[in-house]
Design a protein around this ligand. Structure first.
Ligand SMILES: [Zn+2]
Length: 173
């Protein structure tokens, strides 16, 4: 995973501020801002004033807005909004903009909406292994180390060049 993808991961999945990410990777805040823009993580274009309705304003709650991008099945809830893939062989994740100029992993947003606050620096993991799933019942809190162990046990841990180093389960080949 390249530096840009790592920066993207930190912004979306660890909910880190630009300044924190800049310090962590020893780059400038401007660089972090550019990477975020390039990845489309923070994109908000102000609507033309003429199009703004004067009196009637339909304001959805964050929950309602979130659910507009969700396709629910009996099992997983699939995120059909913006998506982000940190590495070529890795999973795809959704992301959501709860407010202007701010993006967060869609599964993190789902956790916060229906389960509760996520402590700083803690990851939200999927029990169903589907990165774009936002069903709160499929989400648990975890650490980098949990993810790492999980990847090993499922035989899906890959090096940066895409080569699998563990392949314990034939189905993951
Ligand atoms: Zn799921």
């Amino acid at each position: 995973m390249g530096l840009k993808e790592q920066i993207g991961m930190d912004l979306l999945f660890k909910d880190m501020r630009h300044a924190e990410v800049a310090r962590r990777h020893k780059v400038s805040r401007e660089y972090v801002r550019q990477v975020a823009n390039n990845l489309g993580i923070e994109r908000w274009v102000p609507p033309p004033k003429a199009l703004k309705p004067r009196k009637i304003r339909l304001r959805l709650t964050i929950e309602e807005r979130f659910l507009k991008y969700v396709h629910k099945t009996w099992n997983c809830w699939f995120w059909i909004g913006n998506q982000f893939r940190p590495s070529p062989r890795g999973s795809t994740y959704g992301y959501f903009n709860p407010r202007r100029g701010y993006s967060i992993g869609a599964h993190r947003a789902a956790y916060e909406l229906w389960r509760g606050p996520i402590p700083r620096g803690v990851l939200v993991r999927h029990t169903c292994d589907i990165g774009t799933c936002v069903n709160p019942d499929h989400l648990i809190l975890g650490t980098d180390m949990d993810n790492y162990k999980d990847a090993i046990s499922k035989g899906v841990l890959v090096f940066g060049n895409g080569r699998k180093i563990f392949s314990l389960d034939e189905r993951t080949k």
